[in-house]
Structure formats: structure tokens, C-alpha cells
Design a protein. Structure first.
Length: 341
């Protein structure tokens, strides 16, 4: 299989910024007296998020994805009509049917074949891996890979923890086949454990437990998190995925120039860096200002760092992720300087 290179990045964050003070004002389960501090102080110490974004009324997952996609296409200097494939990952689709990927294809005005993955925090790595393989099978040249989620859809406004962790956003890259030189995505690692699936769960809203008045009264339409076990699980799997992808690529931890991790929380990323024996300066970290944007997390961080000029030609990047499923994975690539202005 021919190595595929990233030749364009783009991201989108909604305009509405939500601060920790705003969350404290509406949440009913945060007690300043018990905590001994404000929610802002608690967040900075426990998770690291200062603010995050929320979609506006009427703004959907597909709208964010389309904005991020257009920015990636502009960065790659190609028209949407030149795309062969769109692979999109999300767990917050605009509708059950049609899929969000269909709406993005429509709004971009492209005939590209689309495919949607029901994948959360590992969604971008999953989508990148699928697009990489399908470009060969479909004999295509360009794929648009998107991670997009409006996690605020699953947040209980009466509870503060999930609200402080998650944000809304979208990120995208253009993947191209056939670039000369030793560039591109060299290896993937992936794994999953359904036995641990209920660490992150939305109990109701599916076919097994539809939305009813009783469900709403019990607030089971909102996300539930096993917050005592998620952090150690997350660190262990981020470390495992990184080591596995490096082994598959025939590389060592000392070869890594940058790590663009899933932004689970500042503490999880910091502990992952420590466990890998890498300086935190090698990690792209934006959790403090955007939170955990689920499938959008890795591509948003990648785009922000790219536009700041962080990556140099030939540098080696690892993109590890872990999240709902429970699932984990990583991609290893050699960065191609595609001459963006």
C-alpha cells in the first residue's frame, strides 16, 4: 500500500465560549463549601479546562464539519469536486438518517463517496485508517477525513463534571496518495474492549431504551462517566497505543518529534507524557481552551499546531487516542511540508 500524506488541515470551533463560572451558575451539584473553592479553581486543578465551545441553537454537527472541511480543502488548494472519498467520525450525528457525512457531501457539492463511523474519541484515528485503506481499494487520490462532535448534546445542564470536560468542534484533513519521498502515515495501532464499554455511556435514546417521560425524569438521556476509572485506563491505553504504533513503524520513542494526543484532560495528557518518558513540550495541548471535543479532538489540535508552524518537513508525529467504546488507537506519520503560506 502506498503511504498517504496529509496535505491540508482545517478546524472549526463554535463562537459561543462557555466559562467555568457559567457552568457553576447553572449546575446544581457543585458545592463551593464542600469543594473549598470556586468551580474555576477546581477545574484548573483537576482537569485543566478554562473554557470550551458550544454550538449555537440550530447549529449542527454537519455545519461544524463542513466549515472544517472547507478550511482543510482551502489549505490543500484543491476543490471539493476533486475528492474521491469522505470518511467522517461522530457520535452526535445531526439525524439518525441521513448521516452527517451525507450532509457534508451535499454542502461541499462533491460527488465523493462518503462513509460515516460511529466512533467517539478515537474517531479521527479510526477514520484516518479507513480512508488510508479505501483510497487504495477505490483507486482514488484524495480523501477528506473529518472528526466532528457536538458533545453539549449529551451534557446534563444540572451537573458540572461532564460540562467542564467536553466541548464542541470539528477538525479535518485532506489525505493524498502518491507523494514522493519517505513521508506519510506509516503505521496504525488499534484496540477495543466492549467489557469496559459502560465507562462512558448514554443509557437511553437508542432502540433498547427509547426516550420516554420516565427516561427524561431519570435524566438517562445524558452522558454518564465512570470518572474514577477512566483516567488510569486512559493513560494506560494511550501509552500502549503509542508503543504499539512505534513498534509497527519500526521506530523508537526517541524518534518522536511531536505527540498530538486526544485531549481527554490536561492531567491525562500530562501523565501520559510522564509514563512515556517524553517532555511535555513535545505534546500539542489545547484542552484548556477547547476541552475534550471527542472525534474532533486530534484533528483540531493538529490544525491549530500546523497553522502555528509547529511541524517541520520530515518530523515524526504520533497521534494517540482513547475513549468511549472503550477503544484506543494511534497513528504514526512523517510530516510532509506541503508549502502552506
Amino acid at each position: 500500500m502506498t503511504s498517504k500524506v496529509i496535505v491540508g488541515t482545517g478546524s472549526y470551533l463554535p463562537e459561543h465560549v462557555v466559562t467555568n463560572a457559567e457552568i457553576e451558575a447553572q449546575a446544581m451539584d457543585f458545592d463551593r463549601d464542600r469543594a473549598g473553592c470556586t468551580l474555576d479553581e477546581w477545574c484548573r486543578d483537576h482537569m485543566g479546562a478554562v473554557e470550551r465551545r458550544r454550538v449555537a441553537p440550530g447549529e449542527g454537527t454537519s455545519d461544524m464539519a463542513t466549515c472544517a472541511a472547507r478550511r482543510a480543502l482551502e489549505d490543500a488548494r484543491i476543490d471539493a469536486t476533486g475528492l474521491d472519498l469522505i470518511v467522517l467520525a461522530t457520535i452526535t450525528s445531526d439525524h439518525r438518517v441521513p448521516p452527517t457525512a451525507a450532509l457534508v457531501q451535499r454542502d461541499l457539492g462533491t460527488p465523493a463517496r462518503f462513509l460515516q463511523l460511529d466512533s467517539a474519541c478515537t474517531g479521527f484515528v479510526d477514520a484516518l485508517m479507513v480512508a488510508d485503506a479505501l483510497l487504495d481499494r477505490l483507486e482514488g487520490e484524495h480523501a477528506l477525513v473529518i472528526g466532528t462532535d457536538a458533545m453539549s448534546h449529551y451534557m446534563d445542564p444540572q451537573k458540572f463534571r461532564a460540562q467542564t470536560i467536553f466541548g464542541d468542534g470539528a477538525g479535518a484533513v485532506v489525505l493524498r496518495k502518491g507523494v514522493d519521498g519517505d513521508y506519510g502515515v506509516k503505521a496504525y495501532s488499534t484496540g477495543s474492549s466492549g467489557a469496559d464499554g459502560y465507562m462512558v455511556a448514554v443509557p437511553a435514546g437508542g432502540t433498547k431504551k427509547p426516550i420516554t417521560e420516565e427516561v427524561i425524569a431519570r435524566r438517562e438521556q445524558y452522558m454518564e462517566l465512570a470518572l474514577k476509572v477512566i483516567p488510569p485506563f486512559g493513560v494506560a491505553k494511550m501509552v500502549q497505543a503509542t508503543h504499539e504504533v512505534l513498534e509497527r513503524a519500526g521506530a523508537c520513542i526517541t524518534d518522536v518529534d511531536w505527540v498530538v494526543p486526544h485531549q481527554a484532560s490536561s492531567n491525562i495528557v500530562t501523565d501520559t507524557a510522564s509514563a512515556l518518558g517524553l517532555p511535555l513540550e513535545k505534546f500539542i495541548l489545547n484542552f484548556g481552551t477547547v476541552g475534550n471535543t471527542s472525534a474532533a479532538s486530534v484533528p483540531v489540535a493538529l490544525d491549530q499546531a500546523n497553522r502555528l508552524g509547529c511541524f517541520r518537513d520530515g518530523e515524526r508525529l504520533v497521534m494517540p487516542a482513547v475513549g468511549a467504546g472503550m477503544a484506543w488507537g494511534a497513528a504514526y506519520l512523517v510530516w510532509h511540508d506541503y508549502g502552506r503560506d
